[in-house]
Write a protein that binds this ligand. Structure first.
Ligand code: SAH
Length: 442
């Protein structure tokens, strides 16, 4: 049945909320306050499909990308950029009200000047569809391939590299991997770029150890794309959703690229976590370090440190930095990054952050400031309890998921108070929200 509805709010991913009787339904690609027509099916489960925007909101704009509906990655492309920033600020504000029953001031979201072509890491999947080689992104939430290499939020170079790879695969008869039959060769291609150093890494993910004709392939690829500085073969024989396997062979160049953030050089390998929006990363880190208001006497813990970026950038403001990170490759990169930049007052430890914190608490080791930047699922209770025992003067909590962040803050508010809340837009046009919270001891 098709009916008219008023969009009354948003869910956690900015899908519009509409009501059919007592049933709540979620509609993508609408704006709060709009009157829309939607096709509703209530059984076997409630679902809604947008059929028409009857009264468009003043912030509605024409999406720039022709794959906007099909892909679903840039869920907010129909909304002007300033309004996207306002919505992210409001989402954070509402989360804090719900969690703490109190209205905290949330600062305006720090946005990008030109919010396009920002990603420094992109992966595309290769698939044979009806005998024809297709490649592109997965449609949001599915394994369907959106057959395009053109994307407005990725580095423009990726488009060129993938187009060349596709052409070479056809010419050199290299097959795409078949997920169901577990046959074929190329599964994914991952491209990492650095705007600052202009270095480019291409990772060819294959489904088996053998890669027939690989020398010819790489030779032709780097001849046609002179921007590429290194090519890696990654072997992923697993059937899970993970894009990368464990085993790698460097086929061309040095096997990694360098980037520069806030004047420091960082080594980026294929597997370590590295922030994907360099322009905004500089703002995020600067803001976090500014909020921490560090002094030369401070000891700093960078928890969930990745390749050590935050700790290394903060190191010149403090006496000593400790970084802790679970992934061995990332810790090795962090140690290398300290060396490359001649930084001597840092140490990096490969450990589960929770276990490390519990040990610190046991040994009565303290830090003046803790900057924590956990993955999407947030931290965990034993980590937070240990943090309450260490009781640093200040905690700066950076989160790529404010929903889990507020849950963690509930524990920390036993001994801390919230001083600043600063969202940063790391992922323009998508529903993702990054948020920094400064906590000081009560
Ligand atoms: N601060 C870094 C990384 C943030 S992403 C940066 O800005 O680049 C979160 C990091 O937490 C990832 O590097 C991930 O490998 C790491 N991680 C995930 N679970 C962890 C755990 N239990 N203990 C320590 N590190 C963990």
């Amino acid at each position: 049945m098709i009916n008219r509805y008023k969009v009354i709010g948003y869910d956690s991913e900015f899908k519009g909320i509409i009501k059919e009787g007592n049933t709540t339904l979620y509609l993508p690609r609408v704006i709060k306050g709009e009157t829309v027509e939607a096709d509703i099916i209530l059984k076997p489960f409630a679902q809604a499909r947008l059929t028409k925007v009857v009264e468009p909101n003043q912030n509605r704009v024409k999406p720039i990308c022709e794959y906007y509906i099909q892909c679903g990655g840039c869920a907010l492309q129909h909304i002007n950029y300033q309004e996207q920033l306002n919505m992210k600020q409001e989402l954070v504000s509402n989360l804090f009200v719900e969690a703490f029953n109190k209205k905290y001031e949330v600062l305006p979201t720090i946005g990008m000047k030109d919010p396009y072509y920002y990603r420094n890491k992109n992966q595309v999947v290769f698939k044979n569809i009806k005998g024809k080689l297709s490649c592109g992104m997965y449609q949001s939430g599915t394994h369907n391939v959106v057959n395009t290499t053109n994307c407005y939020i990725q580095d423009k170079l990726v488009d060129k590299i993938i187009t060349v790879i596709k052409d070479l695969m056809v010419k050199q008869r290299l097959s795409a991997y078949d997920e169901d039959r577990k046959t074929g060769l190329i599964r994914h291609v991952l491209v990492k770029t650095s705007k600052a150093t202009k270095e480019v890494m291409v990772v060819i993910v294959v489904g088996s150890e053998v890669f027939p004709g690989r020398n010819n392939f790489v030779k032709a690829l780097v001849a046609r794309c002179k921007e590429i500085t290194t090519v890696i073969q990654n072997i992923n024989t697993r059937t899970t959703n993970a894009v990368l396997g464990d085993k790698e062979v460097v086929l061309y160049g040095k096997g990694y690229i360098n980037d520069i953030l806030l004047g420091l050089k960082f080594k980026i390998s294929s597997k370590s976590f590295y922030q994907i929006n360099p322009e905004q990363t500089e703002k995020l880190y600067s803001e976090a370090i500014k909020l921490a208001n560090l002094t030369k006497a401070d000891t700093l813990l960078d928890a969930y440190c990745g390749v050590g970026t935050i700790g290394l950038i903060a190191s010149k403001h403090v006496q000593k930095v400790t970084g802790v990170e679970l992934v061995k490759d990332a810790v090795n990169d962090a140690i290398m990054n300290a060396k490359i930049n001649n930084i001597n007052n840092v140490r990096f430890i490969c450990d589960d952050a929770t276990r490390f914190m519990i040990n610190c608490a046991r040994q009565k080791q303290t830090f003046d400031v803790v900057i924590m930047d956990p993955p999407r699922k947030g931290s965990d209770k034993p980590f937070l309890e240990a943090l309450l025992k260490l009781l640093p003067e200040k905690v700066v909590y950076i989160s790529c998921n404010p929903h889990t962040q507020v849950e963690d803050l509930k524990e920390l508010l036993k001994k801390y108070e919230i001083k600043k809340i600063q969202p940063v837009d790391m992922f323009p046009h998508t529903h993702h929200v990054e948020n920094i919270v400064l906590l000081t001891r009560k």
